[in-house]
Design a protein around this ligand. Structure first.
Ligand code: SF4
Length: 76
């Protein structure tokens, strides 16, 4: 769909609410560039919390998470 307004070029931070996460792994499935399963506690962790540009896989992870644990916050 392009990027006519440039708003997707802003830096964003991925926030993961592990308190409500049930470790289903769906976020790791749809966005393996951003999430990895931590074998110690069987919960996902964010690979690099600061992202730039458009990330359809992150949008998909947000949409698919059954507990609404994933938020993307603009930081500038
Ligand atoms: S999709 Fe949501 S509930 Fe499932 S592991 Fe990821 S953050 Fe946790």
């Amino acid at each position: 769909m392009g990027n006519p307004s440039g708003r997707y070029n802003k830096k964003k931070e991925i926030e993961l609410d592990l308190f409500h996460c049930k470790g289903c792994g769906a976020c790791v499935e749809v966005a393996p560039e951003h999430f990895v399963m931590d074998e110690d506690n069987e919960l996902p962790k964010v690979i690099d919390s600061i992202v730039e540009g458009e990330h359809d896989d992150l949008e998909q992870a947000m949409a698919i998470c059954p507990m609404a644990c994933i938020q993307i916050k603009e930081i500038e």
